[in-house]
Design a protein around this ligand. Structure first.
Ligand SMILES: [Zn+2]
Length: 259
């Protein structure tokens, strides 16, 4: 259990036993204790909804990354598809060229032209066969890429569905809490009425910087229940008298001493 949690338990324990009495606790401190109780109720209501934006951003980032990866796979697939079409065109052009060159062989005038024609046909066939080889490789890759892309799209769709469900539930939680938070905020404003502005500001500062516990008990042995440091004899006497306000010399929390 953290120090703050133990301090909170100590405070709640005192409240439960009803041992914080008017005559022992300074009236301002008593008011602040009431306020702190309402603030803790408010903090507890807000805790879940406060965590929502960060959770939403985290989930959105993950979804964006999955979408980016799927898009990359799609782009790669389109590029391969275009390359295969271009190679297919080259193959057909090569076939046409070979056909034309072969026909031309029939009308050559001498052996030298015939040999040159054969040489040309051989060169075109070589290019055409290379294009066919490349095209087959790309078509094989395309099959694997398609399986990959389908899997990536499926993951994106599933993740998007989960994310949309999260948004619905987050909205539901927000609207469920809104009413309760409004009611407790009203109660808070009413409880805070009459507290001097300077004291209220100091209380707020402590609440923010001391993990939601600005007012804490001092135990019968004289230890601050916020930071567990020993209270001075002078402060202890003041606390027992309940006539003046005391702040911890170590953690600055506003203190009270339950009977
Ligand atoms: Zn302290």
């Amino acid at each position: 259990m953290t120090l703050e949690r133990r301090a909170l338990v100590a405070i709640l324990f005192c409240f439960h036993r009803g041992s914080v009495t008017d005559e022992l606790v300074h009236p301002n401190v008593k008011k602040l204790l009431e306020l702190q109780k309402v603030d803790q109720e408010l903090a507890s209501l807000r805790r879940d909804t406060d965590a929502l934006p960060a959770e939403e951003a985290k989930r959105k980032k993950k979804l964006d990354e999955l979408e980016r990866l799927a898009q990359e796979k799609k782009d790669r697939s389109i590029k391969a598809e275009l390359e295969s079409r271009s190679l297919d065109k080259s193959i057909r052009q090569g076939d046409e060229e070979v056909k034309k060159l072969t026909e031309r062989l029939n009308v050559v005038r001498n052996n030298a032209e015939y040999q040159a024609g054969l040489f040309q046909i051989e060169a075109v066939k070589k290019d055409r066969d290379r294009a066919q080889e490349d095209c087959l490789k790309i078509l094989e890759q395309l099959e694997t890429q398609k399986v990959d892309l389908d899997a990536a799209n499926k993951t994106v769709a599933e993740d998007r569905a989960v994310f949309e469900q999260f948004l619905i539930e987050a909205d539901r939680l927000r609207s469920d809490r809104r009413g309760a938070i409004e009611a407790v905020t009203e109660k808070r404003n009413a409880t805070a009425e009459g507290i001097q502005p300077e004291l209220h500001a100091e209380y707020q500062r402590l609440l923010m910087t001391r993990h939601g516990i600005a007012v804490c008990a001092v135990d019968t042995n004289g230890f601050c229940q916020g930071c567990y440091s020993k209270v001075t004899t002078n402060d202890r006497a003041k606390l027992m008298g309940g006539s003046s306000m005391v702040q911890c010399g170590s953690c600055q929390r506003i203190q009270f001493m339950p009977r």
